[in-house]
Ligand binder design. Structure first.
Ligand SMILES: NC(=O)c1ccc[n+]([C@@H]2O[C@H](COP(=O)([O-])OP(=O)(O)OC[C@H]3O[C@@H](n4cnc5c(N)ncnc54)[C@H](OP(=O)(O)O)[C@@H]3O)[C@@H](O)[C@H]2O)c1
Length: 199
């Protein structure tokens, strides 16, 4: 299969590229993408990416930013970061990419444990995660041409504990390699409308 991974240089993206690269052709995308550049907060940039890459069998989003702030410090402006990037950015990859995905292909987006198991400072990211999860479940029932759509909800990664560990006390971190398997299941399996929890 020919697979675009948006966020391929990230902690999750690298693990997904390593796992799926064993069997598939990987197009690595990101703002400084190795194969193609894309900024998911810009619709023009997403359109350009698809025009450059052409038809694919799977689109994976292993990206999406949100601002971490306490609910008393979260402003509408700061909340927009998560809306523009993690929520709308990922959804626009689907809406603008539909005609570039081959019959029976797939989209796989990324959510995260914080929507189910809240942490302080996490409301904006949780909002985006929940929106993506609901979009995936709903969109799956009317995707055309046998195209499937799922999301992956990782726990905090072992590889990210240096960066995020203090925000997730008592969480049992998971290795990126295990998260990558959920993306593999989404791409190579037959399920749709799922949010694979890697907790
Ligand atoms: N790490 C964790 O523990 C964890 C746990 C649960 C959920 N998640 C979620 O998983 C996703 C990826 O996390 P990560 O830790 O792997 O992130 P990361 O290491 O920071 O990597 C982010 C990746 O996304 C790309 N990127 C960032 N902004 C972009 C944009 N606007 N358009 C296109 N590409 C962009 C980056 O490349 P460029 O800089 O070149 O654009 C990079 O490849 C995020 O949604 C995160 O919330 C992470």
């Amino acid at each position: 299969m020919k697979i675009i991974i948006v966020g391929a240089s990230g902690t999750i993206g690298q693990a997904v590229a390593k796992e799926l690269g064993k069997k598939h052709e990987i197009i690595r995308a990101g703002r400084n993408g190795m194969d193609v550049t894309v900024d998911i907060t810009s619709m023009d940039s997403i359109k350009n990416m698809y025009e450059q890459v052409g038809k694919v069998d799977a689109v994976i989003s292993a990206t999406g930013g949100a601002h971490f702030a306490s609910i008393t410090e979260l402003t509408p402006e700061l909340n927009e970061i998560g809306i523009e990037s993690k929520l709308k950015g990922q959804i626009n990859l689907v809406l603008l990419g539909m005609n570039y995905v081959n019959d029976s292909g797939s989209f796989t987006l990324t959510t995260g444990i914080m929507m189910d198991d809240p942490i302080p400072l996490g409301a904006s990211a949780a909002m985006a995660n929940g929106g993506v999860k609901a979009f995936v479940k709903s969109a799956s029932i009317e995707m055309p041409r046998g195209i499937r759509i799922n999301s992956v909800s990782p726990n905090v990664l072992q590889e990210s504990l240096g960066k995020y560990g203090e925000f997730f006390p008592g969480f049992e971190a998971v290795p990126a390699s295990r998260v990558a398997l959920a993306f593999k299941k989404s791409v190579e399996g037959a399920q749709t409308g799922q949010n694979y929890e890697v907790y």
